[in-house]
Ligand binder design. Structure first.
Ligand SMILES: [Cu+2]
Length: 175
């Protein structure tokens, strides 16, 4: 247990060092405030201009720090006590252009009752091979049913060296 924690710490330290040295080389990231305020670093992300996703953000929700916009498409019908539920997660930037970032966490939560999924550890996150901004989420397990809006998703995505999150309400009933 101790060894694992140390390895994890070393790994995180190494990542921080990597990020810091990158900032040192990049005059655009001179201060912590700048780093926090950064939206998308084109050097890290790039955009897929060819995808024709321009302008319409109406289906999307902004992340907490404004780093990305996200929408979730759900399989239908959603069923409680089943691992067959699926979703697709699509990330775009503020111009509604594809944003190929890394989905690191997708967790169900039921705010009114204060619990998540009892099988959240089984979830499978897969990045699209052609559309790198679209992720497939499999084995989504709702511990119980609920009306539209009873369940939410807390997701996190990594953008270059920082991470951002969003809470998205599930707009359909879980049967
Ligand atoms: Cu509940």
């Amino acid at each position: 247990m101790k060894l694992q924690s140390c390895s994890a710490l070393l790994f995180i330290s190494a990542m921080l060092v990597a990020c810091d040295s990158k900032k040192d080389q990049d005059p655009a990231h001179e201060t912590a405030a700048d780093a926090a305020a950064q939206s998308v670093d084109p050097a890290c992300m790039g955009t897929q201009e060819s995808m024709g996703l321009h302008g319409d953000l109406s289906d999307y929700m902004a992340s907490a720090a404004g780093t990305f916009h996200v929408k979730i498409g759900w399989s239908a019908p959603l069923k409680a006590a089943s691992l067959e539920n699926k979703a697709t997660v699509t990330f775009v930037n503020e111009h509604a252009e594809a944003l190929p970032l890394t989905l690191t966490s997708f967790k169900l939560f039921m705010p009114s009752m204060g619990h998540g999924s009892s099988k959240g550890d089984q979830i499978v996150l897969s990045q699209g091979k052609e559309n790198l901004n679209i992720w497939t989420v499999d084995k989504i397990y709702f511990s119980m049913g609920g009306a539209a809006g009873d369940w939410v998703v807390d997701l996190e995505a990594r953008v270059c060296c920082s991470s951002d999150k969003a809470r998205i309400s599930i707009p359909v009933e879980v049967q």
